[in-house]
Design a protein around this ligand. Structure first.
Ligand SMILES: N[C@@H](CCC(=O)N[C@@H](CS)C(=O)NCC(=O)O)C(=O)O
Length: 202
């Protein structure tokens, strides 16, 4: 049984959904209910995964740990498709996620209304450029890696939901919208979303 520390709807939702895709039992802990989460992750961010005696931090490292450990179709075991899947996870984690993180930063720290608007517009433009890159990669394929869903698809589907919280216009191409809709309709995604909402409402 894994333990996943999460925030509802945050990037930890991708880890949660991938755990269900891998058919792994998981207990989830909403870090908002904890007063000592920085004892578990001094950086204060989710996800954190407990696997036996190991405490794993950093979303990309956690996903690669899980995908290397459990048999799956999301991370090929060798070759160019494996390299591509790893690159896609890192693109999601280290490029797309930080682009979205700017929205949270602006909302939290920029109070001047004009500066805020300028910053939101610039952040949205940067995000939209990245979605165009995704759109090109998805040409002629259902998911980033081809026919089967990958961990990076889950990550992008989670991030895509965040723009609804901000006064920005984020647009995705038709290939991307199709992929994002397909991932969010998956039982693993729906189950994770529902569990996170139920837990935080309790
Ligand atoms: N590099 C970290 C970043 C994770 C991250 O930014 N998590 C956000 C949620 S999506 C978080 O925990 N934010 C709460 C905070 O920063 O206090 C990772 O990939 O695990």
């Amino acid at each position: 049984m894994y333990t996943l520390y999460y925030l509802p709807g945050a990037c930890s939702l991708a880890t949660h959904a991938v755990l269900h895709e891998l058919d792994q039992p998981v207990e989830i802990v909403d870090v908002q209910q904890l007063s000592n989460f920085t004892d578990i992750n001094p950086v204060g961010t989710v996800p954190v995964l407990i696997d036996g005696d190991s405490t794993l931090r950093e979303g990309a490292a956690i996903l690669l740990h899980l995908l290397n450990k459990h048999k799956n179709h999301m991370l090929p075991t060798s070759g160019a498709s494996r390299e591509q899947a790893i690159e896609d996870i890192l693109f999601a984690n280290a490029t797309m996620h930080p682009a979205y993180s700017r929205l949270f930063f602006i909302a939290q720290h920029i109070t001047d209304i004009h500066a805020r608007e300028t910053a939101f517009t610039a952040a949205a433009e940067a995000i939209n450029s990245l979605w165009q890159v995704v759109e090109q990669q998805l040409a002629g394929r259902d998911y980033l890696g081809g026919e089967r869903v990958s961990a990076a698809d889950f990550m992008l589907a989670v991030y895509s939901r965040w723009s609804a919280h901000f006064p920005v216009t984020i647009t995705q191409g038709s290939n991307t919208s199709r992929m994002l809709d397909a991932v969010q309709a998956m039982p693993s995604f729906q189950r994770s979303l529902a569990a996170e909402q139920t837990r935080s409402a309790a």
